[in-house]
Design a protein around this ligand. Sequence first.
Ligand SMILES: Cc1ncc(COP(=O)(O)O)c(C=O)c1O
Length: 393
Amino acid sequence: MTFASGLTTGHQAGAHRLARYRSEFPIFRDRIYLNTCSLGALGERARNKVVEFVDLWQARGASAWYDVWWAALSELRGRYARVIGAAPEAIALAPSVSVALSVLAESLDYVRRPKVVVTSLDFPTVAYQWLAKRGRGIELVVVESPDQISVPVEAIGRAVDERTALVATSHVYFTSGAIQDIRAVADAAHAKGALCLIDAYQSVGQVPCDAPAAGVDFLTAGGLKWLLGGPGIVFLYVRAELARTLAPAIAGWFGHRNQFAFEPRSLEWHEDARRFELGTPSLAAIYAQLGGLGYIEEIGVPAIRDVTAALTEDLIARARAMGLRPKVAARGEDRSAIVMLPMEDPADRVRHLAAAGIIADARPGHVRLSPFFYNVQDDYVAALERLAAQSRH
Ligand SMILES: Cc1ncc(COP(=O)(O)O)c(C=O)c1O
């Protein structure tokens, strides 16, 4: 049998056209890695860029800032921008989604619009931004999911009103892997004059994402998972008009238009998204991301999606055939490469897999498997066989 992507079964089990990249990810020499939705595997290109950074640090110290490291920051903004179809000026760098959201959350006017709408399936750090502001009169509305897989956009629309400042939700839910229609979410928010923020940490790199075309106001994602850059580097996309007009109530010198004037008496914002940046970024993380992004750019997200969709559909079909009951979206086009397998004691299952050299992930009530372009069919077949055998005992 051959899939549209070229994934084959039978004696060539696991072969597909992107499997040639696998040799650049050394973890596969002695492990089966199926946990990209938690942390992308380290590729040689990311490692080499980090080594380049420490070599520069060692050889040149601070003098590397002016001609090399400064340029690395704008290079990364530009390359992040291209992945989501945006202009470089729309990108601010931050060390984590939580920090990016903190600056954004301090930029909104809650006087006439004290409400923020999230869903029960979003990563909790999104909700925490606004729960932390309850003492200031901010109300958080959590729209429930009827099936723990997705949230009907109509339900989000019903929760939005003239008192809503922001709808903040995910592109791909970390809880189910389901892909949300972010254009429809943005429309629902805008229909009542609210803004729309998308946490795309679980989507950018594995499924196509065009922030300007979707009409969202803000979108965040970063290195940790599907962009293969490791921890410590994310971006915040800010729609052009907002990037020129919003004034965050927390600030750092990287947001200042003329930061090297060292002028403490006035704060003049950058005329672009850099006004959302705070302090000195982690250059090691930036270098790792520049290296990891090389894979994503060279292959292209549509080609990655093609291969990972075939792997995911095959994984789901095989899991079902083994008597497991994956919790995934009903339609293939709404599924990403995160597959939730409902199981008792998932942490114990994941420990057993790890003992056999298979790295998977546990979430409450589920084992999570997340194949990426460097995975092959044999990887998840090995994981599923162990999980199914354990379930029979
Ligand atoms: C969807 C999503 N958002 C946010 C985070 C975490 O964000 P932060 O960078 O603040 O740790 C994760 C997981 O690490 C996630 O899966």
